[in-house]
Design a binder for this molecule. Structure first.
Ligand code: P6P
Length: 338
């Protein structure tokens, strides 16, 4: 097997991007490299889960009321650690932390950014070896540099993100991140221990053949959503199908597939979850940013995800996200609900 040594590593790529931006300080590049380091450490534990006592429940419940897995806590510790000890982040919000954390040291207080994250999404799938992921969202702080970050830094509309991304721990380990300059994917090359550029300038196909939804909730969905799902099931070659239903119950895996191949992912509100299940700040927002930069769309059924102004850090939302043409067909049915 010949490995192309001309492939850029994540570090080389972020520095190359940095050189193209006048007056750039390198803080964002440094932050992305920090996240890449945490991802490599998480990857080691995820890949050997089952062999060591890191599987299973940590014996606690998080603010979401969900059983915390040992790997959840490990991933959170790794992500908070690299960001706290870096030069680019003033504080973090995390699915695993009740409230946002202010790093409050001189270098952190002088940092430009704050980060929101789901350190290990889909952790319910860890014990059955299904792909899981880390999700992150980066905002430029609105509070004064030189002072501790504040809640306002974290409760910004998603349109103000400067970067967002995810790491998928799957058949290979990939880091995908977006800035306004584009979406790029990096595959971890075990031979050099570096994320290497494997998917430059990712574009979400305007149409696809995958629709992703938990059919177990079908009769809890609105009439418009049910109509659209029925349309998906009746697609033919002549009408852009046939479609396949693909839903693995791990958001990072489902959305990564649909981003690359085209498709639509739906997590509507249900009677059990009238505000939706997925979290706005560290699940919906980062993926909405990535998918929009790649040419797709993301809404809560009524408005663009990135326009929602959050009111609290663990706020939930419904989520419809994916290929532009599929989203627009969905919207024509949801509009009937309104
Ligand atoms: P359901 C995992 O728990 C998660 O947060 C997402 O990764 C995933 O898309 C969703 O929940 C699955 O939820 O209710 O279909 O099992």
């Amino acid at each position: 097997m010949i490995i192309n040594r001309n492939i850029l590593t994540l570090d080389e790529f972020t520095i190359q991007q940095l050189r193209q931006i006048p007056n750039a300080t390198g803080e964002l590049s440094s932050l992305l490299r920090d996240i890449g380091l945490a991802a490599k450490r998480i990857n080691v534990e995820v890949n050997k889960a089952g062999l060591v006592d890191i599987l299973g429940d940590a014996g606690s419940v998080n603010v979401q009321g969900e059983d915390v897995k040992k790997l959840d806590l490990f991933a959170n510790t790794q992500m908070v650690g690299v960001l706290k000890h870096g030069i680019s982040c003033a504080g973090v919000g995390s699915e695993e932390l009740d409230d946002f954390v202010v790093f409050d040291d001189e270098i952190s207080n002088n940092s430009k950014y704050v980060v929101l994250m789901d350190p290990l999404d889909g952790s319910g799938n860890i014990d059955v070896n299904v792909s899981i992921g880390t999700i992150f969202s980066v905002f430029r702080r609105v509070s004064e540099q030189g002072t501790p970050c504040t809640q306002a830094d974290f409760l910004q509309a998603g349109v103000r993100q400067v970067a967002a991304g995810y790491i998928i721990y799957g058949s290979s380990t990939m880091m995908v991140y977006a800035t306004r300059r584009g979406v790029n994917g990096f595959t971890l090359d075990p031979s050099i221990g570096e994320f290497s550029l494997s998917h430059p300038n990712i574009q979400c196909p305007p149409s696809g053949k995958f629709y992703s939804v938990n059919h177990g909730n079908f009769f809890q969905f609105s009439e418009g959503v049910r109509k659209y799902i029925n349309v998906c099931q009746q697609k033919t070659v002549e009408t852009g199908g046939p479609y396949s239903q693909r839903y693995i119950g791990s958001m990072v895996a489902d959305l990564h597939r649909n981003l690359i191949k085209g498709g639509i992912f739906m997590y509507p509100t249900t009677k059990d979850k009238p505000a939706g299940k997925l979290r706005l700040l560290y699940e919906a927002n980062p993926f909405a940013f990535i998918v929009e930069v790649a040419g797709g769309k993301a809404t809560n059924g009524k408005q663009r995800i990135l326009d929602i102004v959050p009111t609290e850090i663990h706020e939930r939302t419904s989520l419809f996200i994916g290929s532009r043409n599929m989203m627009e067909e969905l919207e024509s049915y949801i509009d009937e609900d309104l």
